[in-house]
Design a protein around this ligand. Structure first.
Ligand SMILES: Cc1cc2nc3c(=O)[nH]c(=O)nc-3n(C[C@H](O)[C@H](O)[C@H](O)COP(=O)(O)OP(=O)(O)OC[C@H]3O[C@@H](n4cnc5c(N)ncnc54)[C@H](O)[C@@H]3O)c2cc1C
Ligand SMILES: NC(=O)c1ccc[n+]([C@@H]2O[C@H](COP(=O)([O-])OP(=O)(O)OC[C@H]3O[C@@H](n4cnc5c(N)ncnc54)[C@H](O)[C@@H]3O)[C@@H](O)[C@H]2O)c1
Length: 436
């Protein structure tokens, strides 16, 4: 039986970062993966989505400038765009595994199960012991429990569609639903979004979320709110009929985007004394599970933190520091900016209410008018010392501006601090001094 200082279970962004960190700090480390090395983000999440969105952005920009230098609106060639995406995704698994092996970390392929508090067996035959374990098994799509649920496809399927159907329906109105709807719409598909209540993108400012709905509606996306899907049936012609109380829709393909569920099953946690809920592994403020030698990081953790790649990476660094004696403090996450990659993009950071809120429609400002953007809005929240403490942005460059505002909040910047800076002009950043 092989013994290690630490065994990491799950080779996504969080698990890989922890394994590399621990190894470079002199530990004897193994990492177990039961599927694609690299995990969700580079194989079936953030990165492939961003490649597909680059096509959307290029087309949107030209659409906005039609009659202002551009005549024809080009079509997105899905087959070519998908092939381009695969040039990024195809090398990920081998590259991630090779990186592990080259770093001198033991790479184990297969399905691990705990058989005691400090031992796992992989594929029912190979036994490994460790002083510490890190669970980094992430999440997978959760499907609605309705009649015909077997017809639901996931975001993973969407990102690898060989052909974009003429008509596609997405159930749910969270991050994934908006991003898939944006991509499918730009390829020319008729897109329907069905949502069980009238709160899309819960957690974002309601007015801004509804403005994004309006912008997508203007591009032809059909939103159906307060529709609680009851059944999906395949018709003789291969299409699908979606039904709810007083509602019926026929479509070519149905994507379920109603959240994700933690990968806590199949690991026999009971044998290791690790408690978990349907939201993930239960941890304390040091990301330690109910077994003090087993930690959890990334999407699989049952905390309220947004489940995002940089959060998993931060937690990996933190647990590595704990396990190498560099810290014994509780985890303190910094501000977490988050972006819905729609068209336009919706971003937020920090708190959303304060002593003063400056909410502006900036569509007419040069930054947005020279590209003829249909809508840009910026909401800045200040505290009683006039420091920026939060922001929500809706614009095509919200993704980069939100990072700048995150730094400004961290540095407790006021308007006076902002005007002391020189920002490259003309950019969204050089507008900052006029925003509040
Ligand atoms: C469509 C989509 C788009 C996204 N876009 C963004 C974005 O733009 N920005 C952003 O920050 N985040 C985004 N996310 C979220 C991001 O992908 C996750 O937060 C991130 O991948 C979490 O990393 P992780 O290492 O915790 O888990 P994962 O990346 O899920 O990795 C977990 C790994 O564990 C493996 N595993 C699972 N069970 C077992 C087991 N029993 N034994 C061994 N191995 C196991 C899995 O196969 C996987 O490789 C997106 C997610 C999706 C689905
Ligand atoms: N840009 C990004 O950073 C990004 C992109 C995609 C995914 N992600 C991560 O992945 C996670 C999962 O994304 P998601 O869009 O699946 O989740 P989500 O939590 O953002 O949205 C889920 C949606 O499904 C709805 N829903 C839940 N239960 C339902 C039910 N029974 N019937 C009908 N609708 C129901 C919710 O109201 C919500 O609108 C996100 O929370 C985020 O952490 C991030």
């Amino acid at each position: 039986m092989e013994k290690f200082d630490t065994i990491v279970i799950g080779a996504g962004p969080a698990g890989l970062a922890a394994a590399h960190n621990l190894k470079s700090n002199g530990q004897n480390v193994a990492i177990v993966e039961n599927n694609l090395w690299g995990g969700t983000c580079p194989n079936r999440g953030c990165d492939p989505k961003k490649v597909l969105l680059s096509g959307v952005e290029a087309r949107d920009r030209i659409a906005q400038l039609q009659g202002k230098g551009f005549d024809e609106l080009p079509n997105v060639n899905w087959k070519e765009l998908e092939a381009f995406k695969e040039t990024f995704t195809d090398p990920v698994s081998k590259g991630s595994r090779d990186g592990i092996v080259n770093a001198g970390i033991t790479a184990i392929d297969g399905q691990p199960k705990f058989i005691s508090e400090n031992e796992i067996v992989v594929n029912g035959q190979d036994h490994y012991q460790a002083g510490k374990f890190i669970i980094a098994t992430g999440q997978r799509p959760s499907y609605l429990n309705i009649k015909g649920k077997e017809h639901l496809l996931s975001s993973t399927d969407f990102l690898s569609l060989k052909k974009m159907p003429e008509d596609i329906t997405i159930i749910g109105a969270g991050y994934i639903a908006f991003e898939m709807a944006t991509i499918a719409n730009a390829t020319g598909a008729k897109v329907h979004v069905i949502h069980h209540n009238d709160h899309p993108l819960k957690g974002f400012n309601e007015g801004y979320a509804l403005e994004l709905v309006k912008q997508l509606e203007a591009k032809g996306v059909d939103f159906n709110f307060n529709v609680d899907t009851q059944a999906i049936e395949q018709q003789a012609d291969g299409r699908y009929s979606i039904t709810a109380d007083g509602f019926e829709l026929t479509t070519d393909l149905v994507i379920g985007a109603t959240g994700r569920i933690a990968n806590t099953d199949f690991l026999d946690f009971e044998k290791a004394g690790v408690e978990y809920t349907r939201h993930g592994v239960v941890v304390n403020a040091k990301l330690q599970s109910t077994n003090k030698n087993i930690y959890a990081i990334g999407d699989v953790v049952d905390t309220k933190q947004p489940k995002l790649t940089p959060v998993g990476g931060f937690e990996a660094n933190y647990v590595s520091d704990i396990l190498t004696g560099k810290t014994d403090k509780d985890l303190e996450l910094p501000l977490i900016p988050t972006v819905v990659y729609g068209s336009p993009k919706l971003a937020k950071v920090g708190v959303q209410e304060g002593a003063e809120v400056v909410d502006q429609d900036v569509t007419g400002w040069f930054t947005y008018s020279h590209t003829n953007d249909p809508k840009a809005k910026i909401r800045i929240v200040l505290n009683d010392k006039s420091e920026i403490i939060g922001a929500t942005l809706l614009s095509n460059n919200a993704d980069s501006l939100i990072n700048l505002l995150t730094m400004a909040i961290k540095d407790h910047m006021t308007h006076e601090d902002v005007i002391k800076q020189i920002m490259a002009y003309p950019t969204a950043a050089s507008d900052l001094e006029y925003l509040f």
